[in-house]
Ligand binder design. Structure first.
Ligand code: PEP
Ligand code: MG
Length: 768
């Protein structure tokens, strides 16, 4: 069974479109189960009907013609019950529906299983048999359930690929094709998709027609020549070291590159008007599928060689290509997995939106996007990324959705939101120099989180009172080696100077988890519970000492430096770090630098720290809660995993209780406590944190004006009452609604996500 399943999934995975995928499924399942009929019905979201999309055994002319209402017939019953239905005599069931077009009256036994992906019923997979005595047995039922579960993702993906090309299941033209992900950075962007992909990755090659057929053919032929020369060179070089059987492997490669073989097929595809890279991808994937399905293990292994050959050819085809990537005026950058370096490639002023298939709202690239104020959607798992290139896209960073092929109405709706948001931001500029205090005079410091120099510029224009978190790993991430002490000193000086005399809190290097340095790879099974933050730098004092030395020297004459330690789970980590910081401080002073000992603080982002707040606070000058990680670890929800993103809830009662306790315990030993996680930049979250007594809130620059305007409009007693009310609730969703309602009642409905039900009003407003 397993090997049937494996080859079925592989075959379906490399199908060119939904139709081919479904045809493969029905014919392979029919074969494997030895049944007379196998059919797939898919639920068409536009009509809310199940449409017969593929069949083996029913009349072929009924495909695309027969359809059932959402709860009609046995198919509707399987879909609405979301479980298999196995009947010996289907026509005697009260829900049986007869369609003469299918020729179905000949079949009596029926087994239908739902196809469900991420809780959504996509359709129903059905097998049928003529004899009434033949009831499908338990094993067959289990097999069909397994097939359906394995294929649901592939079907969802192919369905989306069809939709994005502008076709519904029934082949009609579609508009406003929506893909759901998770919000990465708020705001709306309308622009053109530019897909960036890692080099020499066949799977990531986008679909494109050949613009110049002859050019594509010539390009491909020259890449074949180059690969052939490479292989011959390597074979000659190794001739004396290899046995003749091993040498024969190179001959296999060269034979595969013979005109008759792979190159001939790729050229035929190019002639069908596919660009060279796309043609190569299609042919190589077909070969791989073919080899992987072979029974002989030796031949199965040859799939690896084909993949390797494909990669070599692709890298010649791509030579010089990434540099010539064109970024139009309103670029929406799209990638399987966005990296900070990719953002840096887009010319200044052209980047309007970001879309990443992987990651979630708490991934570091999303945090960077919020800092830059670029609307972002993350975790669009089933979206055919390669099809987004060159398309007009609407990015809704509030809801976490993107739309392809927007209709005029939808575009107008989003244009109106975009204009409103800009107007709101302009209105808030007046608040820049006003203090952040409630109507009854309670003051709280509003600080910013930075990483790049652009954040600093934005922060200053938004009236930040200092830096609450400078993520020093950001400049490390955009380099190709560890920055030298002098280079670090220059980065740090920029940040310190920009805000002097206000405090600048620099966190020591926090790599590991999802923050990788290309030149210092950390490969772990479970990186978020592994070698992260202070654990890495204490194991590598040479990195820690150089960094602290650069920070201290950079602070000379400014004396506004504060140092913060990430991922603290033990008192001993604090003591060791303090020991190293004091050592550097004395050494730097001995070198003649006139510096003051900076304040040192720890981040509270591991649950263990919540229970040792007093012990920690007694050893340092301040505490700062990293609510992003604290939420992740308290709720055991990976902050990057879109599958569980709906469980990552900053308003979870356990998170709120922990935050209350941290503030109380820190104050009980007289130490200030701030927060530098994303919750601080959420207007509702900021209100609750202010009520809990946090001394400072550090957030991305884009959020600062909104938070300030909310805090300046309320009195603290009101916020404390709101906090007391929500602490009595047990559901994160109810708490969120309660806080949203309070914000609405206080006149801040505009700061919440726009309500799609007001679409008509906005479109009208835009039209007028
Ligand atoms: C946090 O964990 O809340 C935090 C501010 O740190 P980072 O997001 O950089 O891990
Ligand atoms: Mg953290």
């Amino acid at each position: 069974m397993l090997s049937i399943l494996r080859s079925l999934v592989q075959e379906v995975n490399s199908a060119r479109d939904l139709k081919e995928a479904l045809d493969i499924i029905v014919s392979r399942v029919q074969d494997a189960m030895g049944t007379e009929v196998c059919s797939v019905y898919l639920l068409d979201p536009a009509s809310n009907r199940y449409i017969l999309m593929a069949t083996q055994g029913l009349y072929k002319q009924s495909v695309g013609v027969v359809s059932l209402a959402y709860s009609e017939g046995l198919v509707g019953l399987v879909g609405s019950r979301e479980e298999p239905i196995n009947l010996e005599d289907a026509p005697s069931h009260p829900r049986y529906r007869y369609f003469p077009e299918t020729g179905e009256e000949r079949f009596r036994s029926f087994l239908g299983v739902p196809i469900i992906h991420h809780r959504r019923v996509l359709g129903v997979l059905v097998v049928q048999q003529r004899e009434s005595s033949r009831c499908f047995d338990e094993g067959e039922e289990a097999f069909l359930v397994t097939v359906s579960a394995q294929l649901a993702g592939v079907i969802a993906h192919s369905e989306a690929t069809g939709a994005i090309s502008g076709l519904s299941l029934t082949g009609e033209e579609t508009w406003d094709v929506c893909f759901n992900g998770v919000p990465g950075a708020p705001g709306v962007a309308i622009g053109t998709g530019v897909v960036v992909y890692p080099a020499a990755d066949l799977d990531a090659v986008p679909e494109k027609p050949a613009e110049d057929l002859e050019h594509e053919l010539a390009l491909f032929r020259s890449s074949v020549d180059s690969v052939r020369e490479d292989i011959e060179r390597v074979a000659n070089r190794l001739a004396s070291q290899l046995r003749s059987e091993e040498q024969a492997l190179f001959d296999v490669y060269l034979r595969m590159l013979g005109d008759e073989a792979l190159p001939g097929e790729v050229e035929n595809r190019i002639r069908e008007n596919v660009w060279a890279q796309g043609a190569l991808k299609q042919v190589v994937q077909q070969y791989i599928r073919h080899f992987e399905m072979m029974d002989d293990p030796y031949l199965r292994e040859r799939a690896v060689d084909i993949r390797d050959l494909g990669r070599r050819l692709l890298s010649y085809l791509q030579e010089g290509e990434q540099e010539t990537l064109e970024y139009p005026e309103n670029t929406v950058l799209v990638s399987e997995e966005l990296t900070p370096a990719m953002l840096g490639e887009v010319p200044k002023g052209r980047l309007v939106g970001l879309v990443s298939m992987k990651g979630s709202s708490n991934s570091h690239v999303a945090i960077l996007a919020r800092a830059m104020g670029v609307p972002t959607v993350m975790g669009l798992v089933d979206t055919p990324v390669n099809q987004l290139n060159g398309r007009e896209l609407v990015v809704d960073g509030f809801e976490g959705q993107i739309f392809a092929s927007p209709s005029t109405d939808l575009r107008a709706f989003y244009q109106a939101i975009y204009d409103e948001e800009n107007e709101l931001i302009r209105g808030l500029e007046a608040l820049r120099d006003l203090p952040c205090e409630t109507t009854d005079g309670h003051r709280i410091s509003l600080l910013v989180n930075t990483g790049l120099m652009t954040d600093v510029v934005r922060s200053l224009t938004h009236g930040a009172e200092g830096i609450g978190l400078y993520r020093t790993e950001v400049p490390f991430m955009i380099k190709e080696r560890f920055p030298s002490e002098q280079e670090q000193r220059e980065y740090y000086r920029e940040q310190l100077e920009a805000f002097a005399p206000n405090p600048v809190t620099m966190r020591t290097l926090d790599v590991g988890g999802d923050k990788a340095l290309s030149y210092f790879p950390i490969e772990e099974e479970n990186p978020f519970l592994g070698w992260r933050g202070i654990r890495v730098t204490l194991d590598h004092p040479e990195i820690f000492l150089v960094q602290v030395r650069a920070m201290l020297k950079a602070s000379e004459g400014l004396n506004n430096l504060q140092i913060m330690l990430p991922m603290i789970s033990n008192i001993s980590e604090v003591e060791e770090s303090l020991h190293l910081i004091y050592r550097v401080y004395h050494e730097v002073r001995e070198e003649g630098y006139d510096i003051r000992m900076p304040k040192v603080g720890v981040m509270v982002e591991i649950p263990a720290a919540i229970y040792q707040i007093r012990e920690l606070a007694e050893r340092v000058d301040f505490l700062s809660v990293g609510s992003n990680d604290l939420t992740q670890y308290l709720l055991a929800v990976d902050r990057n995993n879109p599958r569980v993103a709906q469980l990552y809830h900053s308003y979870h009662p356990a998170v709120l209780q922990a935050l209350v306790r941290v503030a109380q315990d820190a104050h009980s030993v007289g130490k200030p406590v701030g927060i530098c996680g994303e919750l601080a930049g959420d207007p509702g979250g900021a209100l609750l944190l202010m009520a809990m007594g946090y001394d400072s809130l550090s957030m991305n620059a884009a959020s600062l004006p909104k938070v300030k305007s909310v805090i300046r409009s309320v009195d603290r007693e009101w916020a404390i009452q709101l906090l007391e009310d929500v602490l009595l609730l047990d559901s994160p969703h109810v708490i969120k609604s309660c806080v949203d309602l309070a914000l609405r009642n206080a006149g801040f409905g505009r700061y919440l996500r726009p309500d799609r039900s007001s679409a008509a009003a906005l479109v009208e407003q835009a039209a007028s």
